[in-house]
Design a protein around this ligand. Structure first.
Ligand code: TYD
Length: 212
């Protein structure tokens, strides 16, 4: 059986990736493609969602404990959900994955990036996405979007300082600079329709979809 693809969406808070992901999944299903959506922290597994609760709802989490919890959730996610699904031929699109830990805990919270890589190398056993989309939007523009979106659940990460968001953004840019071939760059400052079109064109290529 042909293995499914593992695709990840990355970006700073408020980059619009979750909205686009929902639309992409609906569209792929309309093309009869076997696909499943998940997210980090959390995802399609109860243990991961329980860890999400600990991470997002508690203000007083030590930044090293936070890094290990993200990694712990990721081990569970990879072994109990992502790998079994793609082995069954289902493609999985995840709203965030390992790059988020490098950008947020490494660059955003000033933890040694090598250590973040090490714990995540253990957590994922080097299991990597086939494709990663980066939704590129400057943090000040993203922040304005978060503030005016009444439907968005705001957690402690959304409320973190602009200073951290700027560091996270610079962190992503650094990760991309070090791995230029790994990312599909999306200009996320455009309108929702235009952002969607950029993503959908690439998704069509990946899945070999000829017409819309
Ligand atoms: P979420 O509500 O899922 O936000 P978003 O829609 O922006 O993905 O919250 C997830 C938050 O957790 C987000 O601020 C990024 C953060 N995060 C990390 O700090 N490290 C990680 O490894 C992951 C996966 C997420």
């Amino acid at each position: 059986m042909k293995r499914g693809f593992f695709i990840t969406f990355e970006g700073t808070d408020g980059s619009g990736k979750t909205t686009i992901l929902n639309k992409v999944i609906t569209q792929l299903e309309e093309h009869n493609i076997n696909v499943s959506r998940t997210r980090e922290p959390g995802g399609q597994n109860k243990v991961c969602e329980d860890i999400r609760g600990v991470l997002l709802n508690n203000k007083d989490v030590d930044k090293y404990a936070e890094s290990l919890l993200f990694a712990a959730s990721r081990v569970q996610h990879v072994n109990k959900y992502i790998i079994p699904k793609i082995s069954e031929g289902v493609s999985v699109i995840s709203d965030r994955y390992l790059d988020s830990s490098i950008a947020y805990q490494g660059y955003g919270k000033n933890i040694d990036v090598k250590w973040i890589q090490e714990i995540n190398s253990f957590a994922t056993n080097e299991f990597k996405p086939d494709f990663t989309f980066f939704f590129d939007i400057k943090p000040n523009i993203a922040q304005k979007r978060i503030m005016v979106n009444p439907n968005r659940e705001k957690n402690r990460f959304d409320l973190e300082s602009m200073e951290i968001q700027e560091l996270v953004y610079k962190g992503y840019k650094e990760i991309i600079k070090n791995n230029p071939d790994k990312f599909i760059l999306i200009n996320a400052e455009l309108s929702a329709d235009e952002v969607y079109k950029q993503v959908w064109d690439k998704i069509k290529e990946i899945f070999g979809i000829i017409n819309d």
